[in-house]
Design a protein around this ligand. Structure first.
Ligand SMILES: [Zn+2]
Length: 523
């Protein structure tokens, strides 16, 4: 499918400049995989010239194959007064070995003179040289015209000259950026139309949300002829954020009737949004349009039929079309089909009338009420569904455990003891760790490897803790999310408890149980 509007995701680069957002390399790889499955055309992975983490990301990403997306490395035009080949930052873009390279350059004379402190001609040369250099290395080049709209308002002929410099040097896409996010939609449309008439290459749009127009401005540009849109999932980004792709993507499809991502991806949008929030360890914003928990929530009325009729008139679209759900007292049916869909995704063949569905739904709802959140914990959800379906007991049980900590000459030592039962076999082990969870993990694992040697290959790749609101109003609850891998597959598990150690143990137990399930399935 050729998209009418290309989606360029910069969650992993511009998004990470957002307040409170930090991704590990493993997080970034997981998000890139999700974005690729979802069907965006470009994934901007980072700025190799700005930090070693991004260099590591590209080194890891090199070994992966993406089905839909092409990976882009981000950087700037060469520095003034040197050759592109002599600029380390430009060299790092080549070294990232991505098919796409995106560079930004200056459009505004004010910025050229005051910020770069160079001449207008040298800026044009910096743009042309860098694009040519990247093209000579076989890259698909996206040129981001920084402060483009401000530049046009300041000096239209010069702003156009910078775009021509990029086009003549062979840029494949020229993106007009509202870097400060202060432009109005009318201005964006007018300037995009001018660029559209002047240039032959594909025009892109990159906006920020500083005055609440990030999405509106991107759409104004698209309606004026831009066919490439840059933004982030959930609108992450500097200050008030970037253009929010979780709004742009469904608007393109449902409101403008334009092709962007594959149609079958649209019902996965809410899940993608939640996954990125979970990975960023951020509380999801319920008021986010389209994908927020409140986007389709209604206070239920008294008469079911009447409420159902009224509901449709209070929704601009069917929530299921973007994978969201209507939150009302009568949402039992929607919940049921969600479980069926999710169970199918996890490999269970359920129908809407499967006998255990009601128990399953009740169990999940009860756990969610207690603070469980299965969006990033497929592993725990799989175990839960299997337990309800088969009634099979867990493969092992932790009968008792003890964790202690002492401080010795400034460093802390943690020790954990566990008693584990597998059938009628019992193991009792003790282990040290640099933290209580680490010690507990080591003790649990050494108890189990004596019985299941292949657990040796399982390792934790991520551990996240969040304090969530108490549902009882008496004590804060801790939610622990763990990511694990056995080198073949990766899974997430969850534990929730008032005590962080207990919550961690639940997630650890689920993680190892999942590992045993996977190896049993492969055997
Ligand atoms: Zn930006």
């Amino acid at each position: 499918m050729t998209p009418e509007v290309e989606i360029y995701d910069t969650t992993l680069r511009d998004g990470t400049q957002g307040h409170g957002i930090s991704f590990s390399v493993a997080d970034k790889l997981r998000i890139a995989d999700r974005l690729d499955t979802f069907g965006v055309q470009y994934i901007e992975g980072g700025w190799p010239g700005s930090n070693p983490k991004d260099i590591e990301f590209f080194a890891e990403a090199r070994h992966r194959t993406f089905k839909h997306a092409r990976l882009a490395a981000f950087g700037s035009t060469r520095r003034k007064d040197i050759a592109a080949a002599a600029d380390d930052q430009v060299q790092l873009l080549i070294a990232a070995e991505t098919p796409v390279v995106t560079i930004f350059g200056k459009t505004s004379p004010l910025h050229v003179r005051e910020v770069l402190q160079t001449t207008l001609d040298e800026n044009l040369a910096m743009i042309g040289d860098t694009v040519r250099f990247l093209k000579a290395h076989g890259k698909f080049v996206v040129y981001d015209a920084e402060h483009c709209f401000d530049g046009f308002k300041e000096d239209t002929p010069y702003a156009l000259a910078t775009l021509h410099a990029a086009e003549q040097a062979g840029a494949d896409i020229i993106t007009l950026c509202d870097t400060n996010g202060g432009s109005l939609s009318g201005e964006i449309a007018t300037i995009t139309r001018v660029a559209r008439e002047e240039l032959r290459v594909r025009i892109g749009i990159h906006t920020h949300d500083d005055i609440g127009l990030g999405v509106a401005n991107a759409l104004a540009a698209i309606e004026a002829g831009a066919t490439h849109v840059q933004g982030t999932i959930n609108g992450y980004g500097e200050r008030t954020g970037n253009c929010n792709l979780t709004s742009v993507i469904p608007i393109l499809h449902f409101k403008l009737k334009m092709r962007g991502v594959p149609v079958e991806s649209l019902p996965l949008l809410t899940e993608l949004s939640q996954f990125v929030d979970e990975t960023a360890n951020l509380r999801a914003n319920p008021r986010l349009p389209w994908v927020g928990a409140a986007a389709f929530s209604h206070k239920g009325g008294t008469h079911v039929n009447a409420v159902q009729k009224v509901l449709s008139s209070y929704e601009h679209i069917d929530p299921g079309s973007v994978g969201n759900t209507r939150h009302v007292l009568i949402s039992d049916l929607a919940g049921r089909s969600n479980i069926v869909m999710k169970a199918k995704e996890l490999g269970f063949d359920l129908g809407n009338d499967t006998a255990h569905l009601k128990t399953m739904l009740a169990t999940i709802k009860d756990l969610e009420h207690k603070g469980y959140e299965f969006e990033a914990a497929d592993g725990s959800l799989t175990l839960l569904i299997r337990r309800v379906l088969t009634g099979a007991p867990p493969r092992f049980t932790v009968d008792a455990y003890h964790v202690s900590m002492r401080s010795e000459g400034g460093s802390s030592v943690c020790e954990a003891t566990v008693k584990v039962r597998v059938g009628d076999r019992r193991a009792h082990t003790v282990a040290d760790g640099d933290g209580p969870v680490n010690a507990l993990d080591a003790a649990l694992r050494s108890a189990l490897v004596t019985i299941y040697p292949h657990l040796q290959s399982v390792r934790l790749t991520d551990y996240k803790v969040r304090i969530i609101d108490s549902t009882t109003g008496t004590a804060a609850t801790t939610r622990v999310l763990i990511q694990s891998t056995d080198g073949v597959t990766e899974w997430g598990t969850i534990g929730v408890h008032e005590n962080i150690i207990e919550a961690s143990l639940q997630a650890l137990v689920d993680s190892l149980e999942c590992a045993l399930t996977h190896s049993a399935a492969r055997a």
